[in-house]
Design a protein around this ligand. Sequence first.
Ligand code: HEC
Ligand code: HEC
Length: 261
Amino acid sequence: MQMSRREVLGTISGVLVGSALTGVNMAFSREAAVQDGYWVPHKLDAEQAAAFAYENHFYKGYGCCYGAFQGIVGMMARKYGAPYDTFPMHMMEVGKSGISEWGTICGALLGAVSAWALFWGRADRDPMVDELFTWYELASLPGYKPKKGLAFDGDLPASVPASVLCHPSVSKWCYEHGIDMNSKQRSERCARVTGTVTHRAVAIMNAKIDKAGFAVLGPGASRTACGACHSPDGESDILKGKMECKACHSGALADVFNDHP
Ligand code: HEC
Ligand code: HEC
């Protein structure tokens, strides 16, 4: 298998390996772009990043996670080169369809927060994730509208996913609007969601870089209410996670095992 220099560097990144392979001293540029092991982020134009994410969603069918990651890291690679262009971008395809069609986390969210993880550790990143995920649960998606739709050109209806998971996000939209999962419209919907999520993620990232702070929406009503007891200090410390409880525990889901159309 042939590997380009970039792929080799991306696979076994490091100053010494880079220098040994190319004979070029990369120490200077890396020093400026890497601090304490984290890559230094750059502010981006949210509109431009959203459009780039949307387009990349369709690249080789790599999908949402890859698209959102490209919208951020790929955009920086275009503008600033190394180290951003050394990342083996194709690995982000892993998040497509909530990871191998399992419908777990929405891949657009995974792609965006993976990009952030290159720049910030947990202490900085967690509030950013809280903001992005809480916003997503309540957002009317898909939102972003390209100049020309690549899978389907036209208006699409919107739904509130109520969950950060791919499965309810997609299936609820399909059910509410009578659109098949395996349709051009659904594919277009997820590409647009990728654009919308990237737009939001870049806005949060820019505010973080500016040290301007960003609005943290705070947990939804039921999460606060239920968390009063289901928390480390509460009387029932058995809850893992921050997802909005209502999506699953409100009794709103029909019991299709006993009563099905
Ligand atoms: C006043 C405290 C309190 C609040 C508020 C509370 N819980 Fe609980 N919950 C408990 C306790 C205590 C248990 C028993 C489990 C245990 O011993 O830890 C429990 C059990 C549960 C269980 C497992 C048992 C069952 O009935 O299915 C679920 C699911 C649950 N809670 C969800 C929720 C959700 C969702 C909310 C918010 C709507 C919520 N709880 C609010 C105290 C609370
Ligand atoms: C994506 C769906 C989903 C969301 C969102 C969710 N849960 Fe659950 N939760 C589950 C499932 C599924 C189980 C396992 C239920 C079972 O097997 O009885 C569970 C289990 C629990 C249990 C253990 C009791 C039991 O019946 O196993 C508690 C307590 C609980 N959830 C509370 C919460 C609270 C509080 C929230 C919000 C902060 C929340 N959950 C959000 C799906 C969800």
